[in-house]
Write a protein that binds this ligand. Structure first.
Ligand code: BES
Ligand code: ZN
Ligand code: ZN
Length: 458
């Protein structure tokens, strides 16, 4: 979708109304599309986002080619506190996100609707720049959604690595990819253990962007790249397995966050690490009771092969040390428990430091990738101690359903050095868009915007 501030012919104007239902109204010779937005004074930034999206989704369903949103009309958005550039960016970003549908596997190519969005009644270099930056960011969110939506048969670890390479082409990003041999050399026994049951070779994807000063400690982003999670020998039941090609959504998000950072020329050093595996049952699979030797040297007792995400992340988090990071953030579709706790409305965040939680929460609100904290109490540590190994991927002596999201976070904490600022984002709640999101079906592309916002801010 093209976004412009220049008036065009043959447009359908979008008009926001206080109430009613979405409908077309004739105004002289022109047709307008009315979108109910509620009372202006009850509008919030959060509601403004979904209202813009609703307008675009409605326009799309009616196959409108060119639509116009009058900038003055966006004043109702309770976002009058935002400057012109920020408000235009909000409209542009959400329009690009709402226009996206995953159509790669449809045999009939559909025309693009809407093709052009005119944001009228506003101009100036700052506004134009803000719109173009918002569009660049939203395009990367959509590219992330495209990756995450790709079926497991078409998105193997190797294909994920190839996608990362392709996305980085022409940008100042160095990409290296390790295969099985290098993983053995690096002693990444946890990644290798999970990958063991699959024909697909595991990959470890490393991306590096140096937009900051030489020697500035990088922000390290770690993403879970399970290209399909069957559960392994602890096989998932049918309805739990459907959708598990999205289990690399964290990996896709960190890949496209660093791409966005490079495209936006952020002055920040960033490293991305994605352990990519398929978790499959076979005669060669790792088994419940197996003990894996992780890169850190810690041995891990496998209580359940379906708690595989924390295993591959353990090796990646340990490897992150190498970069002497200013901060480590991992992003993973880690637990069903976080989805049970929060519903589909926010990703769960965990950090030993409260100030960091608050910071990430604020970036969530301002970026639109909402997050909410869950506890990481010291008392939980006893539940990740192993009986026959150093640690266990599920509590050996406790109901493994209790505090599931926090236990997973506590397991990860065992592999992060105490002096490294670290945040864990369990994005299982935001793996798929819900009806309230006003987005096309499938992946949300979160938390790309949050990560970029954070990289911009520090
Ligand atoms: N990838 C899943 C978590 C998940 C579930 C993400 C549903 C999105 C939606 C993860 O690897 C997993 O299987 N976790 C288990 C842990 C259990 C064995 C303690 C879970 O959450 O059920
Ligand atoms: Zn699993
Ligand atoms: Zn998983």
């Amino acid at each position: 979708m093209k976004i412009t501030t220049t008036k065009q012919k043959g447009v359908t104007k979008i008009v926001f109304t206080e109430n009613g239902t979405a409908r077309f109204v004739e105004r002289g010779t022109a047709t307008q599309l009315e979108i109910p937005a509620g009372k202006g004074n009850a509008m919030t930034l959060r509601k403004a986002r979904s209202t813009i999206r609703k307008a675009i989704r409605t326009a799309k369903s009616h196959k409108l080619q060119t639509i116009e949103i009058a900038f003055a009309d966006t004043a109702w958005m309770g976002i009058s506190t935002l400057g012109d550039a920020e408000r235009a960016a909000l409209v542009a970003e959400n329009a690009v996100l709402a226009a996206f549908d995953f159509t790669e596997f449809k045999s009939k190519k559909e025309d693009e609707y809407p093709r052009t969005l005119v944001i009228s009644g506003v101009s100036g270099a700052a506004v134009k720049k803000a719109i173009s930056r918002a569009a660049i960011l939203a395009e990367q969110v959509n590219a992330c959604r495209r990756l995450a939506n790709t079926p497991g048969g078409d998105m193997t670890p190797k294909k994920l690595a190839a996608a990362a390479r392709k996305a980085a082409k022409g940008l100042p990003i160095r990409v290296s990819v390790w295969g099985k041999q290098a993983l053995v050399r690096e002693k990444m026994g946890a990644v290798l253990g999970v990958a063991q049951g699959s024909k697909a070779e595991p990959q470890f994807i490393i991306m590096r962007y140096d937009g900051g000063k030489k020697g500035d400690r990088p922000l390290v982003l770690v993403g879970k790249g399970v290209t399909f999670d069957t559960g392994g020998l602890n096989l998932k039941p049918g309805e739990g397995m459907l959708g598990m090609h999205h289990d690399m959504a964290g990996g896709a998000a960190v890949i496209h966050a660093i791409i966005a950072a490079a495209k936006l020329k952020l002055k920040r050093n960033i490293v991305v690490l994605v352990p990519a595996v398929e978790n499959s049952p076979s005669g060669e699979s790792f088994r419940p009771g197996d003990i894996l030797k992780s890169r850190s040297g810690k041995t891990i007792e496998v209580m359940n092969t379906d708690a595989e995400g924390r295993l591959i992340l353990a090796d990646a988090l340990d490897y992150a040390k190498k970069y002497k990071p200013s901060m480590v953030i991992d992003v993973a579709t880690l637990t069903g428990a976080s989805l049970i706790a929060l519903g589909e409305h926010a990703s769960a965040i965990f950090a030993p430091e409260r100030a960091l939680l608050e910071e990430i929460y604020q970036h969530g609100e301002s970026s639109g990738d909402y997050v909410w904290p869950l506890p990481l109490w010291d008392e939980l540590e006893q539940h990740v101690k192993g009986t026959f190994a150093d640690v266990a991927n599920l509590p050996p002596n406790w109901n493994s359903r209790y505090a599931g999201a926090s236990i997973a976070a506590m397991f990860l904490k065992q592999f992060v050095p105490a002096d490294t600022p670290w945040v864990h984002i369990d994005m299982a709640p935001r793996m798929l868009a819900g009806a309230h999101d006003q987005l096309g079906k499938g992946a949300t592309g979160e938390p790309v915007r949050l990560l970029v916002r954070l990289a911009e801010s520090r």
